[in-house]
Design a protein around this ligand. Structure first.
Ligand code: DP6
Length: 361
């Protein structure tokens, strides 16, 4: 798929230029947890794209001074060298040579920066890999006049982003996306995500999300390790069929504006994800005492006020709280008064469902 040996620049190609994209982070409501080669999901997942939590990536390219078969690149993160991510990126680009043969003719200077503090414990691989994939697709478009149609462009970008990090496949789209085959939405595929922005009820398309930073520390177990541990998890088959069965009701909640149904699936998925971590061998726990305290306070406040506010969790201790815009004032007053104090250095990121990636000049 997408391998094309014709897309190679002639050796004397003198192209010099820069491409830049801003790509959002996303928060999964139905989680991707468990994969098979090559980076294909064991179950379909559905996420909301965010606005304020994003990555900006620029790739400046020029012909290689001395022709060589491999990847020639430099990488900086927020203006500083980052050897760990540079190595991951190099391997990623090497894996893409069949799809973008032209990258072997160029030297690439890649710069990436996040809108959120890098110590915030917020997963950045989705937005980072998505922004890089969009830059590569834009380069292909520039050199070969390919991918003119927006749908084809996004599909390829999602395919390429997926190979960098599974959840990145979903960041290519505004508001909401599904990645993985499901009977609930026939267009869906394991190889790329599909945007479902047209389907969303307005109260979800402009929903708010506050990310409570319970801990800034880097997580002890990476997502990749967590996915791998699903291979031996005794609950894995049940997990995959549960996730599949939740797609239909979640889609109907998102379409009709049913926050109660949305919230029950959202919270169940978050807790199931962490239950899977606890039932892995070796087991691991990423929630912290304040994660549970926040969950309990949210549930208590919801019961007392009947307001719609629901939590979800990534693979970490930080809590995403989702609520409709029209209830923002009441919810945010509660969060300011009773939840912010449970966060490390009282930190949170105020975010909202967003309009997707943007190409920058
Ligand atoms: C819990 O996409 O980070 O956030 O494909 O190994 O890069 P890799 O994993 P990654 O896993 C995301 C896990 C999750 C759930 C989700 O976003 O669906």
């Amino acid at each position: 798929m997408y391998q094309n040996k014709d897309l190679i620049l002639p050796p004397n190609h003198q192209q010099v230029g820069t491409v830049s994209w801003q790509a959002p982070s996303n928060i999964a409501i139905i989680k991707y947890w468990g994969k098979r080669p090559v980076q294909l999901p064991k179950n379909p997942s559905l996420s909301l794209s965010l606005t304020n939590a994003h990555t900006i990536c620029s790739i400046s390219y020029q012909p290689k001074q001395i022709p060589s078969p491999g990847i020639s690149m430099s990488f900086s993160f927020e203006g500083q060298p980052n050897p760990q991510f540079a190595e991951r990126l190099k391997k990623y680009l090497e894996s893409l040579v069949d799809i973008f043969p032209f990258i072997t003719r160029l030297h690439l200077d890649i710069n990436s920066r996040n809108s959120f503090p890098h110590s915030s414990g917020i997963a950045s691989s989705a937005s980072a890999m998505c922004a890089i994939a969009l830059c590569l697709c834009s380069m292909e478009h520039r050199f070969f006049d390919k991918l003119k149609d927006d749908k084809a462009f996004r599909r390829k970008a999602s395919f390429v982003a997926r190979l960098g990090s599974g959840s990145a496949a979903r960041s290519v789209f505004s508001t909401a996306a599904i990645w993985g085959k499901t009977t609930a939405y026939p267009e869906c595929d394991d190889r790329w995500a599909v945007g479902i922005e047209k389907l969303l009820h307005p109260s979800f398309a402009n929903a708010k999300n506050r990310i409570m930073i319970v801990s800034e520390a880097q997580k002890a177990v990476s997502s990749s390790k967590g996915h791998a541990l699903m291979e031996q998890n005794p609950f894995a088959p049940t997990r995959y069929s549960l996730a599949k069965s939740r797609l239909n009701p979640l889609l109907s909640a998102l379409q009709s504006g049913d926050w109660k149904l949305f919230g029950s699936i959202c919270e169940q998925e978050a807790l199931d994800l962490h239950a899977l971590m606890m039932s892995s061998t070796p087991s691991f726990i990423l929630m912290l005492p304040n994660t549970l305290e926040i969950i309990n306070r949210i549930r208590k406040f919801r019961k007392a006020t009947k307001l719609h506010l629901y939590f979800t969790l990534d693979a970490g201790p930080n809590v995403h709280i989702l609520y409709p815009n029209h209830q923002a004032e009441k919810v945010e007053n509660f969060l300011d008064q009773y939840i912010v104090g449970l966060c490390e250095r009282k930190q949170y990121i105020q975010d909202a469902v967003g309009s997707g990636p943007v190409q920058l000049q």
